[in-house]
Design a protein around this ligand. Structure first.
Ligand code: GLU
Length: 432
């Protein structure tokens, strides 16, 4: 089983989508099911509606899955496992108040040492526990050995018991912490490979420690993906527009191109432009670079353009608001100068909108409009042009500039003959 475990706490970031995508690809390659686990145990951070948004994005990108769980439904298992650890003396109740813990965290900061739990509650007598009416958390005892994480991308990292620390697994509100819920669920779902962002690398030894304490001995494989940096070399935060999947879609980047780019970024691939199905054939986690990936929106634009070129004209036409192969072909004429659906939509709607004409061409424009109103049907641009010359007497710049505005929506753009070939059946609608 592979899993994608998003928290419903914000907009989907391209880093999350990349994790989902790689999990999907690896589940296909290994012929194992994919689980979507919505990690909703942190009630304060959950945002209503985000789960549906995540599932809608996965569907749009063709990321299908076999299982779907809400982590909060597994609370009974988290509590049962915590009880077992208490019973086995591998975990203990901790009555330290948030104030005491904060003070010792501050102390560590002042002394410039890493904060570690001081073990105050680790060896309380049963009476000290039973007599204490204060709220308590449950901490797992730090392991008595180092834990080595073997990562497909990053190689090996070893964590000493002190780095793992005696950390909290159940909060005072009786809800599990992320590390505990995640470790228990991965174990119960028999997860074989975990692919996630490298910000979780320091959580991994903690999760392994939990599973070891519970007597679980399956070796899970790991791949922690390097972070994605923005153009200025800074981590792409939620505030960077381009890091939001929703924003990219609104800007008119298409799913197949975004997928192509997320697989290409910081990776060695046999080709530059490909579909998801092709990538499933050759994808390997081993070729992903250890160093951060740089998000380059211009590269994404280039890839988007290539995918737009591959799109069936009829499909492309739907994206710009028509259902017609001719408009799809017309749209393709603009792909060199517009690389997103949004930009293409603007080009096409300018053709169908009332035109803005510079004063020097206004008179010619009106003459052309009158001539087109009375025009019979011409199959070729040459015949159409001869007719306009004959009717208006316009020539050179005085003919082509207003004509281009009239049928192309702008003073510059594709060849008039090409535009005409796809618009000859629409002259009535664009003549305004
Ligand atoms: N809910 C965590 C996140 O969204 C999951 C991390 C993981 O895959 O374990 O970052």
């Amino acid at each position: 089983m592979l899993r994608f475990a998003p928290s419903p706490t914000g907009d989907m970031h391209i880093g999350n989508l990349r994790v989902a995508l790689f999990n999907y690809i690896m589940s296909k390659k290994r012929n194992e099911p994919l689980l979507i686990r919505i990690e909703d145990t942190d009630k304060e951070r959950n945002i209503a509606g985000k789960e549906d948004e995540i599932l809608a994005i996965l569907a749009l990108f063709g990321i299908t899955y076999q299982e779907h769980q809400m982590q909060s439904n597994s609370l009974k298992f988290h509590r049962a496992m915590a009880l077992q650890l208490l019973h086995d003396k591998k975990a203990f109740n901790c009555f330290c108040t948030p104030e005491t813990l904060e003070a010792s965290r501050e102390g560590a900061k002042e002394n410039k040492i890493a904060y570690r739990y001081d073990g105050a509650c680790e060896n309380l007598h049963a009476e000290q526990v039973i007599d204490n009416m204060n709220p308590f958390t449950i901490r797992i005892k730090k392991p008595d050995h180092s834990i080595t994480v073997t990562d497909i991308i990053k190689g090996e990292s070893t964590f000493a018991p002190n780095d793992i620390d005696s950390f909290i697994i159940m909060r005072a509100d009786k809800y599990p912490t992320y590390n505990f819920a995640c470790a228990v669920d991965d174990m119960l779902s028999d997860v074989s490979l975990i692919i996630r962002g490298e910000d979780h690398l320091s959580n991994t030894p903690k999760q392994i420690a939990i599973q070891q304490a519970l007597g679980y001995d399956r070796k899970i494989e790991y791949a922690h993906l390097p972070i994605i940096l923005g153009a200025e070399g800074k981590k792409m935060s939620k505030r960077d527009d381009a890091s939001s999947v929703k924003w990219l879609l609104e800007e008119g980047f298409i799913p197949s191109a975004i997928i192509n780019y997320l697989i290409l970024m910081g990776n060695k691939t046999p080709k530059e432009i490909f579909t998801l199905d092709e990538a499933i054939e050759w994808f390997s986690l081993e070729t992903i670079s250890k160093s951060p990936a740089y998000f380059d929106i211009d590269k994404l634009r280039f890839i988007n353009r290539e995918h737009l070129k591959m799109m069936e004209p009829k499909e492309l036409s739907r994206y710009v608001g028509f259902a017609d192969e001719e408009i799809g072909n017309l749209t393709k004429l603009f792909i060199e100068e517009a690389s997103t659906l949004k930009e293409l939509r603007e080009k096409i709607s300018a053709i169908f909108a009332p035109k803005i004409v510079p004063p020097e061409y206004q008179e010619g424009f009106t003459q052309l409009q009158e001539a087109i109103k009375k025009a019979p049907y011409f199959d070729t641009y040459e015949a159409f042009k001869s007719y306009l010359i004959e009717q208006t007497g316009l020539k050179g710049k005085n003919l082509f500039k207003p004509l281009r505005i009239l049928i192309g929506g702008s003073e510059h753009g594709p060849e008039l003959a090409d535009l005409y070939s796809y618009l000859k059946n629409y002259l009535g609608e664009i003549n305004k």
